[in-house]
Design a protein around this ligand. Structure first.
Ligand code: RM4
Length: 252
């Protein structure tokens, strides 16, 4: 499905990012992984990708810093030759009440989830335009782009922003043959929410809302992301794909 392609992904050392990176290699792509702080996860992902016979590189960087994007794309192209697919995945959700939310938590969440996505997508798109052969960009937004969370008042606006970023970049980049789409994961059990869902009562409440009867796993996102990244979605751009087990539509 991705033979001969090169895929770059942010937040690739764990969770959805790591699962997608390895699935992309299984589908034939070479892969560059951005990560921050999870060296073991990043380097083990590289080892798994190389064991699949594909090239891989892990490059550490804080996506909230504008220069990280240029460095990640440039070093990835230096190592792998090009960018065909870019997956903007890196994100954090430090759950916190609204009224006493410290500015630092608000600003860090905005910086990583929204500013980071903007800088990375812009850098990848400029490289794709330079290559002149189009490309595919997939951003990991969230069900939280569409609904709220009491302890996520800093987080849900970033996911709504990522969803909207894909709609606008789809328009801006269509002329270059670059498609931009987002996936909207539901409640997927990863490091981002392990502590929050350690609360058994909350976990049961979340599971009860999901028609498929279970929380999602990182691997549940790899297929939808790679579909939107692949030529099977060649006429899909500006779209958003819920991957939530039916949670969003389940009012009663
Ligand atoms: C997702 C959604 C999930 C939550 C994670 C952290 O967008 O809100 O329910 O567990 O974020």
């Amino acid at each position: 499905m991705l033979s001969g392609k090169t895929l770059l992904i942010t937040g690739g050392s764990s969770g959805i990012g790591r699962a997608t990176a390895i699935a992309a290699a299984r589908a034939g792509a070479d892969v560059a992984i951005n990560f921050l702080g999870h060296d073991e996860g990043a380097h083990s992902a590289v080892a798994e990708i190389e064991a699949l016979g594909r090239k891989a590189i892990a490059i550490e960087g804080d996506v909230s810093l504008r220069d990280t994007a240029q460095t990640f794309v440039a070093r990835s192209v230096e190592a792998l030759g090009r960018v065909d697919i870019f997956v903007s995945n890196a994100g954090i959700c430090p759950f916190h009440a609204f009224l006493d939310m410290p500015a630092e938590i608000f600003e860090r969440t905005m910086g990583v989830n929204l500013h980071g996505a903007f800088y990375m997508v812009q850098a990848a798109a400029n490289q794709m335009v330079k290559q002149g052969e189009g490309g595919a960009i997939v951003a990991v937004s969230s069900i939280s782009a569409l609904v709220g969370g009491e302890y996520q008042t800093h987080y849900t606006p970033t996911k709504a922003g990522v969803h909207s970023l894909m709609q606008s970049t789809a328009i801006a980049l269509g002329k270059y043959g670059i498609r931009c789409n987002s996936v909207l994961p539901g409640t997927i059990l990863t490091e981002i929410n392990r502590e929050d869902l350690a609360d058994e009562a909350k976990r049961r409440r979340m599971e009860a809302r999901i028609p498929l009867g279970r929380l999602g796993e990182a691997d549940d996102l790899a297929g939808p992301i790679l579909f939107l990244a692949s030529d099977m979605a060649r006429y899909v751009t500006g779209a958003a794909l819920l991957v939530d087990g039916g949670a969003f539509v389940n009012l009663q």
